[in-house]
Design a protein around this ligand. Structure first.
Ligand SMILES: Cc1cc2nc3c(=O)[nH]c(=O)nc-3n(C[C@H](O)[C@H](O)[C@H](O)COP(=O)(O)OP(=O)(O)OC[C@H]3O[C@@H](n4cnc5c(N)ncnc54)[C@H](O)[C@@H]3O)c2cc1C
Length: 473
């Protein structure tokens, strides 16, 4: 039997694959999105249980790009977009057994017990003038120490980066993780001078943001990915794991197995790999020499997310704020960070309850995913009881383990990706898409997938026009 034919096949229905497919579907491109699990979203999934909104993966988005705004606008009739409460602007850092509020103005900065006197001096002088950026690629820690000194790097920067990458600032590259910040670092020895120049110099026309601050969806971020999945109709195949791909004369053949164990082959002109790096490596290694070695060299941090619900009366701390992060040198404290979920989005817990989201693991504690549920819960409770004055037992426990949670953009990552893209470009019609390429945040994944969609739509319509011109259709 001849295989089914599609113009485009997308492998993997996380936010990257969904965004790409959503654009293609709207443009009328004949496609199939093939997803291995029984639902879309990848790590962007939500469970609604007993009045709680349980985010399994990402919790909120900073919408910085028109592409994400477009995506949200398109589903706005179906799902409500919600912004974080103003209380969430307050953030804390765990230091020496206490929670300390992150200073947001010069007076608070001078009086905070979070930094030593030397640390405060380093931060102040670092804003005025710092050493010149080195020629070779620097880690986030190297830049932070060069600019602000070791105390600021160890205490503030390591905690913030743990919250984004669950990674190690001694290995992560500033250029790869935060390209715009690295640009500023190269251009400006004085950050205050840079800020003044920006404020009083010629203004570039900037995109006016529609969604300000941190954003989520009424029914959790999973409601967004579900809505995108629904919009694809029969172009979406779930419970369908891609097992192998082959290059053929005018494109690719994709073999997938459905939930009943039946194997099917789809033929396509364009094949987009939107699966995580390790699975993409497995699938494209037989096709693209050298690609597997690069993909396999991209490390990912592992992570455990615990959603713990409590009776309101059992939590003595007001928990007004975003939560707290833990610097890497606090090695005695076993948690990486804690979010006060219903302080950020009040609808995440019933009125009589509180929802605490605990992160354990990351680069500093890679064995956490192997630990038992009981062990993870008792570690969390032991840490939270004193700090947040938690008395009773949790009324709800939800645990998610990620053995490969977030790709780590270590030094050399940008060059690795350039090389990988060069190798893949030798196979016409094969494309890469996903969080190991152009940024790990949801905003980055959506931007990158939207850019690829624009190129693909142009390629597909060009091919269509040429076929009409040659009388082939
Ligand atoms: C715990 C956690 C918290 C996070 N918090 C935030 C946050 O608050 N804000 C933020 O902006 N970002 C956050 N991130 C990062 C962000 O969520 C991810 O980078 C992003 O969701 C990755 O999307 P993706 O589509 O590239 O990959 P994935 O979500 O991993 O999707 C890949 C998909 O491919 C499918 N697949 C794999 N193999 C096959 C196969 N052979 N055949 C078919 N399908 C296959 C998988 O089933 C999956 O659905 C967080 C990430 C994690 C893990």
């Amino acid at each position: 039997m001849n295989p089914i034919t599609k113009e485009v096949v997308v492998v993997g229905g996380g936010i990257s694959g969904l965004t790409l497919s959503w654009h293609l579907h709207r443009a009328g491109v004949d496609l199939a999105l093939i997803e291995a699990s029984d639902g879309v979203g990848g790590c962007t999934r939500t469970e609604l249980r007993d009045g709680f909104v349980l985010e399994k993966g990402p919790f909120n988005v900073m919408v910085r790009d028109p592409a994400f705004e477009g995506l949200l606008d398109s589903v706005a009739d179906e799902v409500g977009v919600v912004t974080a409460s103003p209380a969430a602007r307050k953030r804390y850092i765990y230091r020496r057994g206490r929670l300390m509020c992150v200073p947001t103005n010069p007076v608070a900065l001078l009086t905070t017990p979070m930094l030593s006197l030397g640390g405060k001096f380093g931060l102040m002088t670092g804003l005025m003038l710092s050493g010149r950026a080195r020629d070779e690629e620097e880690t986030i820690e190297q830049v932070a120490i060069r600019r602000f000194g070791k105390d600021v790097s160890d205490t503030m920067i390591s905690a913030v980066i743990a919250g984004i990458f669950a990674g190690d600032i001694r290995k992560l590259s500033l250029k790869a993780c935060f390209p715009p910040v690295a640009d500023v670092d190269r251009q400006a020895r004085s950050l205050i001078g840079y800020g003044l120049k920006k404020a009083f110099g010629p203004k570039k026309k900037r995109h006016k943001k529609k969604y300000k601050g941190l954003v989520s969806i009424d029914g959790g971020l999973g409601a967004l990915t579900d809505a995108l999945g629904r919009s694809l109709g029969s172009d979406l195949l779930v419970n369908s794991k891609v097992e192998a791909i082959r290059q053929v004369d005018d494109g690719y053949e994709v073999d997938y197995r459905d939930g009943e164990g039946n194997s099917t082959t789809i033929k396509c002109r364009h094949l987009v790999m939107s699966s995580p790096a390790p699975e993409t490596s497995r699938l494209i290694s037989p096709l693209v020499a050298g690609a597997g070695t690069i993909l396999d060299s991209i490390e990912s941090s592992s992570l455990v997310v615990l959603n713990l619900g409590f009776k309101k009366s059992d939590v003595g701390h007001p928990m007004e704020g975003y939560g707290f992060l833990v610097p890497h040198h606090e090695t005695e404290f076993p948690l990486m960070g804690v979010l006060w979920a219903d302080s950020i989005f009040p609808h995440h817990a019933p009125d009589d309850s509180r929802l605490i989201r605990v992160f354990i693991g990351g680069a500093r504690n890679p064995g956490a995913v192997e630990r038992t549920d009981d062990d993870l819960v008792s570690t969390s409770l032991d840490s939270l009881r004193g700090l947040l004055d938690v008395s009773g037992e949790p009324t709800l426990i939800d645990i998610c383990r990620y053995s490969a949670a977030i790709p780590q953009y270590h030094r050399g990552h940008t060059e690795k990706i350039e090389k990988l893209r060069g190798l893949v470009a030798t196979k016409p019609g094969l494309h890469l898409n996903g969080n190991y390429l152009d940024g790990v945040s949801l905003n980055d994944c959506v931007r990158s997938a939207s850019e690829l969609a624009t190129k693909l739509i142009a390629a597909v319509s060009r091919a269509g026009a040429e076929a009409v011109g040659s009388g082939a259709v």
